[in-house]
Design a protein around this ligand. Structure first.
Ligand SMILES: Cc1cc2nc3c(=O)[nH]c(=O)nc-3n(C[C@H](O)[C@H](O)[C@H](O)COP(=O)(O)OP(=O)(O)OC[C@H]3O[C@@H](n4cnc5c(N)ncnc54)[C@H](O)[C@@H]3O)c2cc1C
Length: 255
């Protein structure tokens, strides 16, 4: 079991952006050989309402092209079947059975003889309890600032962790440049938080909403995307520009 340790420093929790006390998904990830790539090649997602999601992701490793199967499991649902699995062989067997039962289209592309993890360490299980913290604090009158998961920890369901971390690193750089000749005090921390808060709110709001049943107007958008390439492209763009996703979920609800 992969563990994500909490922050080394107790930045205060931002309650308004931290609605959950427990993980909303268990993340089950394996790198596999023996799956015929999907066509067209790309990331695909299958949503099983109330159970979870399967992300199928093509990847290139030292062993060549492989397929990542990333199952996001709603805890205690019927898809919550990986409990207690520690060894590669058991993991592979459980994944094969899970795919067969819940994701039959992927199962049709599995070559039973060659289906295997790329190596014995190529899997993990984890679960993230999302928490957003104010990224600054004073310790003995010294300003301490935080960046990345140590302050902004979201569920991986939208794949935004690195985007958000690099965005905040850039904002931190801008903050330090602005304050380089001034006293480095609480005002610099507040300035940094003010620069980042809007984007953190958008990424977090969208990500948390993705872990709950999708609102009807979003389901309608996804159904439109199945018929209309331009709409599908717009939805795919959410992952590169989460502000668009936030707007689609919370601001453009015309239904
Ligand atoms: C299953 C899963 C899937 C994900 N998928 C995606 C995705 O598709 N796209 C995306 O953008 N994000 C994804 N993320 C999130 C992404 O991995 C994180 O948001 C990102 O790595 C955060 O970067 P970071 O530098 O803040 O922290 P980390 O990458 O965790 O780096 C922190 C580093 O600090 C080290 N460290 C910890 N304690 C100490 C110590 N005491 N002394 C010295 N070093 C220490 C750790 O070993 C680690 O190397 C995923 C996360 C998970 C768990």
């Amino acid at each position: 079991m992969y563990r994500k340790n909490g922050p080394l420093f107790p930045f205060p929790t931002e309650e308004s952006l931290t609605p959950f006390q427990t993980p909303q998904r268990k993340c089950i990830v394996g790198y596999f050989e023996g799956i015929k790539a999907n066509n067209p090649l790309g990331v695909s997602v299958t949503v099983l309402p109330e159970l979870g999601e399967m992300f199928e992701i093509p990847a290139l490793t030292e062993q060549g092209p492989v397929t990542i199967l990333f199952v996001m499991v709603v805890p205690k649902s019927d898809l919550d079947v990986f409990k207690g699995i520690k060894y590669a062989e058991d993991f592979t067997l459980k994944m094969r059975n899970t795919v067969q039962h819940f994701f039959p289209e992927i199962h049709t592309r599995i070559d039973e003889e060659n289906f295997a993890l790329t190596d014995d360490n190529a899997f993990l299980q984890t679960a993230i309890a999302p928490v957003i913290r104010k990224p600054y604090s004073l310790v003995k009158n010294k300003l301490v600032v935080g960046c990345g998961d140590s302050v902004f920890l979201n569920d991986p369901i939208t794949g935004q962790g690195c985007n958000l971390s690099s965005y905040c690193a850039e904002q931190l750089y801008e903050t330090l440049m602005k304050y380089k000749d001034s006293k480095w005090d609480i005002e610099a921390g507040e300035y940094y938080w003010n620069r980042t808060k809007q984007y953190v709110t958008e990424v977090t709001g969208w990500t948390n909403a993705m872990t709950k049943p999708l609102p009807n107007h979003v389901v309608q958008l996804l159904l439109q995307g199945a018929q209309d390439q331009a709409k599908a492209d717009e939805i795919a763009e959410w992952f590169a520009n989460p502000t668009k996703a936030y707007e689609a979920f919370f601001l453009n609800n015309i239904n």
